[in-house]
Design a protein around this ligand. Structure first.
Ligand SMILES: *Cc1c(COP(=O)(O)O)cnc(C)c1O
Length: 234
C-alpha cells in the first residue's frame, strides 16, 4: 500500500472515531485534501483511492493542475487568499472558495461565474485572533457583509472558515473553534431575523494539527494537507 493511501485510510478511521466520540452524524464531515505544493501525480494517486475533493491555495497552481488532471472529476476548493483580478479564472474551475473576506471579491466571483455552472459555494473567512492576522472578516462585520453577499445571484453562502493562530493545546484549540461555531449560529439567526431565509451548513475548520478539536466543535469540512501528502516542499 502506498503512503498516501495509508494516510487517507488512517484519517478516515480517525474522523469516524471523533464523530462518534463527539456524538455527531457519521457523514457530517467532508475531508478536503489540501494538495498545494504537491505534484499532480500525488493528487491522481489520492483520487484513485477515492478522494475527490482537493484544496489549493494559489491560482496559477490550481489552473495548471486542473489542466494536468483534466480526465478526473475533481471537486476543486480554492482555499487561499484571492485577489479580485484573479477571480475570473477561479470561477471557471472551482466549486468552492473558502476565504472570502470582502464584498468586492464576492461580487467578482458572482459576475464571472459561468452561466452554465451552478452558483459558486463560498465561506466567509473569520478573523478570530484579532489584530494578529490581516485577512478575514472581523466578527462584528460579518452580518453586514453576509447581507450583501446573499443578494448575489451566482454565489451561495455556505458558512464560515477560519485559520486560527497556531496552537498546540487541545482545549485552547477547542475554545477558538467553539467561538467560530457560535458565530455561525448567530449569523444564521440574525440573517433569518432580517428576513433572509438561509441555512448555513458549513464550518470549514481544522487542519492536520487540530482535526479533533475542530470536529468536537462542529467542523463540516476539515482541510488536511500534511497528514495526507507529507511535508510540502519549500
Ligand atoms: C495549507 C493549508 C491547510 C493544510 O494544512 P496542513 O497543516 O498541511 O494540514 C489547510 N488550510 C489552509 C487554508 C491552508 O493554507
Amino acid at each position: 500500500m502506498t503512503k498516501i493511501r495509508e494516510n487517507l485510510q488512517t484519517i478516515g478511521v480517525k474522523l469516524k472515531q471523533y464523530l462518534s466520540q463527539y456524538q455527531r452524524n457519521e457523514e457530517s464531515v467532508q475531508l478536503l485534501a489540501v494538495s498545494k505544493r504537491h505534484p499532480s501525480d500525488k493528487i491522481r494517486e489520492a483520487y484513485n483511492v477515492g478522494q475527490h475533493a482537493f484544496g489549493e491555495n494559489y491560482v496559477q497552481e490550481l489552473l495548471d493542475k486542473n489542466q494536468q488532471l483534466d480526465d478526473l472529476e475533481i471537486e476543486w476548493h480554492f482555499i487561499g487568499p484571492l485577489q479580485s483580478n484573479k477571480a475570473k479564472k477561479i470561477t471557471e474551475v472551482a466549486s468552492w472558495v473558502h476565504a472570502v473576506d470582502r464584498l468586492k471579491i464576492a461580487q467578482r466571483l458572482s459576475d464571472y461565474r459561468p452561466v452554465d455552472m451552478p452558483p459558486l459555494s463560498i465561506c466567509l473567512q473569520v478573523n478570530i485572533s484579532g489584530e494578529k492576522s490581516k485577512s478575514g472578516v472581523r466578527p462584528e462585520e460579518l452580518l453586514s457583509l453576509a447581507k450583501d453577499i446573499v443578494q448575489l445571484p451566482k454565489i451561495r453562502l455556505r458558512g464560515l472558515m477560519v485559520i486560527p493562530a497556531p496552537e498546540d493545546d487541545f482545549n485552547k484549540q477547542r475554545e477558538v473553534f467553539a467561538r467560530v461555531s457560535k458565530l455561525k449560529v448567530d449569523l444564521e439567526t440574525q440573517l433569518q431575523q432580517g428576513g433572509v431565509n438561509i441555512k448555513l451548513d458549513t464550518l470549514s475548520m481544522g487542519m492536520s494539527n487540530d482535526i479533533e478539536a475542530a470536529i468536537a466543535e462542529g467542523a463540516t469540512i476539515v482541510r488536511v494537507g500534511t497528514a495526507i501528502f507529507g511535508q510540502r516542499e519549500t
